[in-house]
Design a protein around this ligand. Structure first.
Ligand code: UT7
Length: 320
């Protein structure tokens, strides 16, 4: 048995912010953001929360799969911006959905979170202890941005994407998850500091810090190599792949991966133009977009790949 993606869903906040909108509140420009990243707009939460976006995306994925929440054995939410430290987003989601038979837990793996969740569910399915699972990436990154730091805040957006995974004869052919904690400070955000009667610290909250060029170099080196490795492991050539659904951080990274794999950009769908970088939500929201447009045909080979904080990265090749 393997895991098969049998339904997808996504949710975005209603409030859309253009590059020109940002240029009115900080020293930036549409020209800089567009030419350096490909991003044109992003959606930011005003009324929405990480949980409300996750619930909406998950309901749509269950509906798309024709699966009842009570059939789920496992729920895994990938997020770095849960509304609460505890209970977890996945437990809140279990309650909201009425997934009474599921065990639920969160994964924190930055922008690779959805791939880590997929890999984990695949292991559960292969071991025989799960038949139906819900995995998702949900983020309200705008709450951990330093809105005085133009080098990070213009890049990110908010949203959620989900997928239902069912045990089946065909589906995931191979997936991997990897990490290199030694490079963790390239992209980090501190939690609240130690603060107790014996050790006082200012209660200031930290925000996202990124060494963009270091993460960029890591991505263009690691992503094509990992994709090539998993494809070779299952004897599939890049030419046989219909779509490469990559984490949406920067169009230049995606162009570089396409070039290294000798594949046309038409095989690399985008949503960064509209949504910016939504971390763990970027791969599943894009997958949902491609799925709902009817672009995925039964039997198509699809590659998913994520990379980001940790540093972490992961990839999967599957038959649709
Ligand atoms: O999802 C997690 C994974 N994250 C990523 O994959 C991000 C990877 N990195 C990147 O995508 C790129 O490195 C960035 C888009 C973050 C930055 O692009 P860059 O070409 O590496 O620009 P830079 O950081 O070298 O900055 C170039 C210039 C600087 O000015 P000076 O020092 O040359 O005068 C920055 O101060 O651009 C300036 N700059 C801006 N200017 C206008 C930085 N941010 C902005 C901005 N608007 N928003």
């Amino acid at each position: 048995m393997t895991g098969r993606i049998c339904g997808t869903g996504s949710a975005l906040p209603h409030f859309r912010v253009t590059n020109d909108d940002l240029s009115k509140i900080m020293d930036t420009s549409d020209e800089w953001i567009r030419s350096r990243t490909g991003i044109e707009t992003r959606y930011l939460a005003t009324e929405e929360t990480t949980t409300s976006l996750a619930v909406e995306a998950s309901r749509k994925a269950l509906e798309n799969a024709g699966v009842d929440a009570a059939e789920l054995d496992v729920i895994i939410a990938a997020t770095v911006t849960p509304d609460k430290l505890f209970p977890t987003l996945s437990c809140e989601l279990q309650s909201e959905l009425g997934a009474v038979n599921a065990t639920a837990f969160d994964i924190s793996a930055g922008c690779s979170g959805f791939l880590f969740a997929l890999n984990t569910v695949q292991a559960y399915i292969e071991s025989g202890c799960c038949r139906k699972a819900l995995i998702l990436g949900a983020e309200v990154l705008s709450k951990i941005m330093d809105w005085g730091d133009r080098s990070t805040c213009v890049l990110f957006g908010d949203g959620a994407g989900a997928a239902v995974i069912c045990a089946d004869e065909t589906g995931i052919l191979k997936c991997v998850q990897r990490s290199d904690g030694a490079k963790g400070m390239a992209l980090h955000c501190y939690n609240r500091p130690v603060n107790n009667p014996y050790k006082k610290n200012p209660a200031d909250l930290d925000y996202t810090h990124m060494n963009g060029q270091e993460v960029y170099k890591f991505a263009v080196r690691t992503v094509p190599k990992t994709i090539s490795e998993i494809l070779a492991a299952v004897d599939v050539t890049p030419d046989e792949v219909s779509y490469f659904i990559l984490h949406q951080a920067n169009i230049r990274i995606i162009e570089s991966v396409a070039k290294r794999l000798h594949q046309p950009m038409e095989k690399f769908p985008l949503n960064l133009t509209e949504c910016g970088n939504i971390s763990a939500a970027s791969v599943p929201t894009l997958l949902d977009k491609v799925n709902r447009r009817g672009l995925l045909k039964k039997g198509d080979k699809i590659v998913l790949a994520g990379f980001g904080a940790g540093l972490t990265w992961g990839a999967a090749v599957l038959t649709w």
